[in-house]
Design a protein around this ligand. Sequence first.
Ligand SMILES: [Zn+2]
Length: 151
Amino acid sequence: MKKSKYQQELEKEPYYNLKEGDLGEEAKFEINKDSFKGPFKCHGKKTALIEKKTSYGDLEFSYNVWQCKACKKEYVDMEQARVYEKFLIMKKFLMENPITIERSMNYDGKAFFFRFPKELASNLHKEDLVDIKLLSTDGSMFLVEIKHRHS
Ligand SMILES: [Zn+2]
């Protein structure tokens, strides 16, 4: 996979600000490359873990950062940066007008289901696992990934 601009930046210098101007609210982090895990120290004290929320259209996303109680500066460790990057990847994907398939919802009296289009079903197997990730808190957006089981 091609290295993202953000990864290239990360390797270039130990500290940098991750700026994502397109987001509703601008995200600014300081990434400490030498510390792979928080809490970090700022103003002589340990930073506290806080939850942040951001959204793109209907896509809601929450993530954690370390924040200094004194100056409110935010730090992310490598794992948090990876999580945030997933959101940026998802957002980029949605902006690039992905191929969209509309299906009718079916209900058999017990369960809701939809049918895969024939064109996409050729690579599906009965033993496959369906990995579903909830993308929005109202339960209307999912990321569905078919995982082939290793036999
Ligand atoms: Zn501080």
